[in-house]
Design a binder for this molecule. Structure first.
Ligand SMILES: Nc1ncnc2c1ncn2[C@@H]1O[C@H](COP(=O)(O)OP(=O)(O)O)[C@@H](O)[C@H]1O
Ligand SMILES: [Mg+2]
Length: 234
């Protein structure tokens, strides 16, 4: 019998309304789905369809106006602020479109700084940082600063930083938006390896149709609603 993978994320009727002056923008308008452990999901949709809003809520960077969200049955919306932040920092990985690396620090330092801040020893932090950078294929560039790395390499350092803590879920918001096709492929290959070899659960926002051939499921948004949700062979 096939092993049923367990549900890791469950959202129900998620809504996020932004109020600017008298105008209310309904960026998310009632979205529900479940994500199972080990899935690699692409969230797609036109610009302004609510992708970033959704990812920021899933990544505990933002809160919904209404709706339910649990990770491994834990209600993460109602956690006290400090606990939410701690949960986000220790359990979730987030990759931004613009890498968000510290320019004065080399690749290794960019990855291990978070671990140091969490109170781990320098020795342990350096070791986990090295392992994470090896996983993304940068084991030979540990001491390069961002200026000495290509766009694809910078984004892979950002991925290493996000996976160094072995997150339950890895989120990435248009991680290839600033990359050419060749370097985009390198980054997507890293995601695929993390997913296939290490079982990493990944939720990635993208608007490039060709990126979807790397994923196992595609969720399409339009005007803050899901218009399709399809599995594919990743
Ligand atoms: N902080 C904000 N304040 C007001 N409106 C916002 C804010 N962030 C996003 N929006 C609006 O919400 C909608 C969805 O935005 P977003 O989630 O960024 O879409 P996407 O990532 O798919 O391009 C858009 O209409 C956008 O203008
Ligand atoms: Mg966006």
């Amino acid at each position: 019998m096939m092993k049923q993978e367990k549900t890791i994320i469950k959202i129900k009727d998620l809504q996020r309304h932004y109020k600017t002056g008298q105008v209310i923008v309904k960026a998310l308008n009632g979205v529900s789905f479940e994500i199972k452990k080990g899935e690699f999901i692409a969230i797609m949709g036109a610009s302004g369809s609510g992708k970033t809003t959704m990812l920021r809520i899933l990544g505990l960077i933002d809160k919904p106006t209404k709706g339910e969200y649990t990770i491994n049955n834990l209600n993460v919306i109602d956690l006290p602020e400090q606990e939410r932040t701690y949960y986000r920092l220790t359990q979730l990985g987030y990759v931004f479109q613009d890498y968000a690396l510290i320019n004065e620090m080399d690749a290794s330092e960019n990855v291990y700084i978070l671990s140091l801040m969490e109170g781990k020893s320098k020795k342990e932090s350096i070791l986990t940082s090295k392992q994470a950078l090896q996983k993304v294929g940068l084991g030979d560039k540990l001491n390069r600063i961002p200026d000495q790395l290509s766009g694809g390499e910078k984004q892979r350092v950002a991925v290493a930083r996000a996976i160094a803590k072995k997150p339950k879920i890895l989120f990435a918001d248009e991680p290839c938006a600033n990359l050419d096709t060749h370097t985009s492929k390198q980054v997507l290959e890293v995601f695929r390896t993390l997913n296939k070899k290490f079982g990493q659960t990944i939720v990635m926002v993208t608007h490039e149709p060709w990126h979807t051939k790397y994923v196992s499921r595609i969720i399409k948004l339009s005007d803050g609603l899901i218009i399709s949700d399809k599995k594919r062979r990743g």
